[in-house]
Design a protein around this ligand. Structure first.
Ligand code: PMP
Length: 362
């Protein structure tokens, strides 16, 4: 705490990102990054960057990239917004579309950045309880909220809502903006982008960080009615008019141009996810059905914190959230088959060493 801080800064509770240690032997399964890396075409686009494109400011509207994303989703460029990672896009949505006199509603367990933006922008929040299986109950959102945001699939549970459920939510809340945060949709769900034509209150947010293996490039985007997008542009142009640098704009386009690479890496992640789910289940874990590039798994006999620690000592990093309802679970990102084999053998050894029943090492 410093007396130089503004009152606003003193009141913040910042988001804590997953750690990024650089140890070479580490198996890093804690931030849902892609194990396979981006398309070679992306790397070629980065390498082709010339001095002129860096000397000048980039296109503030990222027109070529927005056009490319619009074509990909069958939308108009005016229905596409891009930002520096979907975190920035979401932050602009909080300020520009979700801050209203009535509170913003989101699932009690969802992306832990949401309450941080509420704190930053002074937005009152209501948390909507999940059902007994940690699924989102779209009927549980309060009638009188000023906005709704939910990840689909949800994070960190990985559970998916089908489009008919999203549509039910949109129909019941036509008077406020509903943001569907689809950071993980490419690993097992259908995008709500299909519903945009019928629902002017729907904003779909996606990222190139996960399924396109570009977390380091920082590119995210939003799709929605042109009026919603204009609201985001107003925030952007009051904050930073050049959020995407010249390299990011070109590389992101190259990523969309290599559909085969994208589909193949998603397919591989999904296949590994299914194999890991079955293997964990056979070790006595309860694994939630995941449509994401991670699994949310409960080790036998409430041992999540102890297993988290043991894996860490083995050089395997996963994520544990010490929060009500989910502190018995670990979130494990899907890595390469080799990495997951190392995880499974460490987990197997740990289970074999644990006493048969009633283990509770908390
Ligand atoms: N939404 C969800 C649900 C996430 O898990 C993440 C990743 N932490 C993001 C958005 C943000 O991702 P990025 O800023 O890399 O696009």
């Amino acid at each position: 705490m410093s007396h130089f801080w503004s009152e606003a800064v003193r009141g913040l509770s910042p988001y804590v990102p997953g750690e990024q240690p650089r140890h070479p032997r580490l198996v890093k399964l804690n931030t849902n990054e892609s194990p396979y890396g981006p398309s070679p075409q992306v790397l070629a686009a980065v390498a082709a960057t010339d001095g002129d494109s860096l000397r000048r400011y980039p296109d503030p509207d990222a027109s070529a990239l927005r056009g490319c994303i619009a074509t990909h989703y069958g939308l108009a460029p005016e229905q596409v917004f891009v930002g520096n990672g979907s975190d920035e896009v979401l932050a602009h949505a909080f300020l520009g579309l979700l801050k209203h006199p009535r509170p913003l509603a989101f699932p009690e367990i969802s992306y832990s950045f949401y309450p941080v933006w509420c704190g930053l922008y002074g937005i009152e929040a209501v948390r909507v309880p999940l059902d007994a299986e940690l699924g989102i109950d779209v009927g549980a959102f309060p009638e009188d909220c000023g906005g709704i945001i939910l990840p689909n699939p949800n994070a960190p549970t990985g559970r998916l809502l089908e489009l008919n459920e999203i549509e039910r939510l949109l129909a019941a809340h036509g008077d406020c903006v509903v943001v569907v945060d689809e950071a993980y949709i490419d690993f097992g769900g259908r995008s709500s982008a299909l519903l945009i034509a019928r629902h002017p209150n729907l904003l779909v947010v996606q990222t190139l960080s996960k399924s396109r293996a570009l977390a380091g490039l920082r590119v995210g985007f939003a799709l929605g009615d042109a009026a919603l997008i204009e609201g985001l542009v107003r925030v952007k142009d009051s904050f930073n008019s050049y959020p995407l640098d010249a390299i990011a704009q070109r590389a992101a386009i190259a990523s969309f141009e290599d559909q085969a690479w994208f589909e193949d890496s998603c397919r591989r992640v999904v296949a590994t996810r299914e194999r890991v789910t079955a293997a964990l289940e056979s070790l006595g874990f309860a694994v939630l059905p995941s449509a994401a590039n991670f699994v949310f798994a409960r080790p036998p006999a409430g041992a999540a914190p102890a297993l988290f620690k043991a894996l860490r000592e083995d050089g395997i990093i996963v994520r544990h959230f010490d929060r009500p309802r989910i502190r018995e679970y670990l979130r494990i990102s899907i890595g390469t088959d080799e990495e997951m084999d190392r995880l499974l053998s460490a987990v197997g050894a740990w289970c074999a060493a644990a006493p048969e029943s009633g283990r509770d090492t908390r």
